[in-house]
Design a protein around this ligand. Structure first.
Ligand SMILES: Nc1nc2c(ncn2[C@@H]2O[C@H](COP(=O)(O)OP(=O)(O)OP(=O)(O)O)[C@@H](O)[C@H]2O)c(=O)[nH]1
Ligand SMILES: [Zn+2]
Length: 313
């Protein structure tokens, strides 16, 4: 059987579900280490020989535009490839962790992928106002003026203004492949169901069988929003332990845009921006609305710096 091109739409341990150009899906196994694919990968795959069952093999992973990486626990890595953007969904309630948000944004910067932030549950007026205020540094990062903002921050009320939010989201997602991340309870399922009616049906019997068979209810899954299969949403679980072990502490400053702006102006070329005299970063740390770098962001930077400085295992 000849090799054909396909797209990895879900991954379940070593198995993947590959979608062919025509839209058919089938389980595939990697041929070897080099053909270990992740969701979003374009692959060359081969159908089984007659009489060899239904499952295909992945022969080759085609070159990736980017690879989004995180390490959830000590050993559990998860990835998605060839992303146009990442949408980080948080909500007014439960109160989100700024440290988790920052970790996700750093992982995006490190992979060279645009990040969007959405704050859900604007109908919960007071908690929303507090959360919106906490996002002040993110709403203003990159300076003022049209197009200057580094992160787009979008208010949503997915369960209250579903139609309005759907339109706003579709405009941002159109024609792109977007990975959605968010802590439990923020409304990720609500968002996926709003944009992908019948998401669970699209997951298909194949994925459901794979999941239940292996007792893993969580897997990364790609959904098409449109019938033409141009706009994709990738739902990925596990936001709580957002590890950045693939980064060195000295990578952090360039992955935090507000810090990166000043990191080149310090007296010492190898300044860690934590205690050195003549540090241009520390000179700009203060109250969110007054200073270029919020004290909270600098504190998170310090915590991550310490975490990534620990000996690696
Ligand atoms: N008030 C309010 N509640 C919302 C909104 N959107 C979602 N919710 C509720 O928030 C809760 C969590 O929503 P889900 O979509 O299940 O959240 P999730 O992020 O998928 O959570 P997990 O399933 O735990 O991962 C549900 O009770 C929703 O009804 C909103 O805009 N406003
Ligand atoms: Zn410095």
């Amino acid at each position: 059987m000849s090799e054909r091109e396909g797209l990895v739409v879900s991954s379940h341990g070593r198995h993947c579900v590959v979608e062919s150009e025509g839209g058919q899906r089938r389980i595939c196994h990697p041929r070897g280490k080099k053909s270990q694919a992740v969701v979003g990968d374009r692959v060359l795959w081969r159908a089984p020989a007659p009489g060899q069952g239904e499952e295909g093999t992945i022969e080759k992973v085609l070159p990736r535009r980017n690879l989004f990486y995180r390490q959830d626990e000590v050993r559990t890595k998860s990835f998605a490839a060839n992303l146009d953007q990442v949408l980080v969904l948080v909500a007014a309630e439960p109160v989100f962790s700024e440290s988790q948000l920052t970790r996700a944004l750093i992982a995006c910067e490190a992979a060279g992928i645009t990040a969007l932030i959405a704050l859900n549950k604007s109908d919960l007026v007071e908690p929303f106002a507090r959360a919106w205020e906490r996002l002040w540094p993110y709403r203003h990062m990159g300076g003022e003026g049209e197009g200057a903002h580094h992160y787009r921050v979008l208010p949503l009320s997915l369960s209250q203004s579903a139609e309005v939010d759907r339109e706003a989201l579709l405009a941002l997602l159109e024609g792109k492949t977007t990975l959605v991340l968010g802590p439990s309870g923020a409304g990720k399922s609500t968002l996926v169901n709003l944009l992908v009616p019948g998401a669970s049906a699209q997951t298909g019997e194949i994925s459901q069988a794979l999941n239940s068979g292996r007792h893993t209810t969580t897997s990364t899954q790609l959904y098409w929003i449109d019938e033409g299969r141009h706009t994709a949403l990738i739902d990925s679980p596990g936001f709580q332990e957002f590890g950045l072990r693939h980064l060195a502490p000295t990578d952090l400053a360039r992955c935090m845009p507000d810090i990166a702006v000043y990191a080149g102006e310090c007296r010492f070329y190898n300044c860690t921006h934590l205690h050195e005299p003549g540090c241009a970063v520390m000179a700009h740390v203060g109250d969110p609305r007054q200073a270029a770098i919020s004290a909270q962001r600098h504190r998170i930077y310090g915590e991550l710096f310490a975490e990534l400085s620990q000996s690696r295992y």
